[in-house]
Design a protein around this ligand. Sequence first.
Ligand code: NAD
Ligand code: ZN
Length: 352
Amino acid sequence: KSISVNLKSSKYDIDIENGLLDDVGFEIRKIYKGTKIAVVTDENVYKLYGKTVEKSLEKYSFKPHLVILKPGEDSKSIDTLQNLYDNFLEFRLSRTDLIIALGGGVIGDLTGFAAATYLRGIDYVQIPTTLLAQIDSSIGGKVAVNLRQGKNLIGSFYQPKKVIIDPLAIKTLPDEQLKAGISEVIKYACIKDEQFFNYLMEIKTKKDLFNSLEHIIYTCCNIKKEIVEIDEKDNDIRMILNFGHTLAHALEKHFDYKITHGQAVAIGMHYITNKTEELGYTKQGSKYELEKLLENFNINYNLPNVDMEEIREYVLLDKKNMSGNLNLVILRKIGEAFIQSVPAERINLFFS
Ligand code: NAD
Ligand code: ZN
């Protein structure tokens, strides 16, 4: 299956198919005639899929140069960025060559940012290997690195030349990471697609889930594509992708990122829907439906014991709210969301 993303500045395909990692060489040949490729990955992903990708590239006469980084969020740093540039230069990578990001969101965001800036921009391809990266971070061109002061504070919008998704790669993902991805899947259903929400409700076993992954990933990528095509630079409608994320970002900070992003999002979606249903913004019963779906995937949604005063401070500090008002994403009902602008002095209404 293929999805074509059409933006003002660029156009590219997202290819989704079980087993696609074996055909990476073939897929890349369609868009790149040269030979040199820098492949950026992490140790975990390299052990699992590195050789497969390398072999497939060599089969199509590419000369891959592997850069293997330490796994984890700490690698999304300026230090690692310098390390990448060092490798690219040593490899004599020129502006007409290609970079591949093979891994989760950390590798994708970091490599994308390196590609956006190396020699003022060189083409890159995303090969996401976590569920979160396959349905979210690899699509839409947001690339970034973290600063000491906070996450994603340096970044750009830089679209890949192609996104290659092999749903089978998800089989090796630790359960916690899988659930983190599912939380974001549920987010897409909540904001845009009631039918998809009901479809997810019917998934009862791990086997069901793996049989449905291709369809799930395709549906999510399609929703994200439609949103990004309307609002590439995150000025209005793209913000609905932040459903559940206001509280989630605050919780991540509170727990010093020891909680997965997806877990925080699940709590955030449930919390805000509970509030807005009480306040009359959201159709009655929506919270209950959301609970049932999260429970269906064994995802915890209970708010941990945190000081709401501290949470409010984090919410107001969030870089997305620097301009003053908080843009809060609220469900009208399951499958439909809207953005409510909330003045700083009124956030007590939602976070108390
Ligand atoms: P990650 O990249 O750290 O991957 C999670 C873990 O899974 C790592 O240890 C990794 O080595 C391992 N892994 C990856 N693929 C595997 C596989 N197939 N089998 C077994 N293990 C595997 O984390 P993530 O959750 O993929 O991404 C999180 C990052 O994505 C954050 O930095 C976040 O800011 C970013 N993000 C970006 C966007 C965007 O639009 N650019 C959107 C959402 C999140
Ligand atoms: Zn998210």
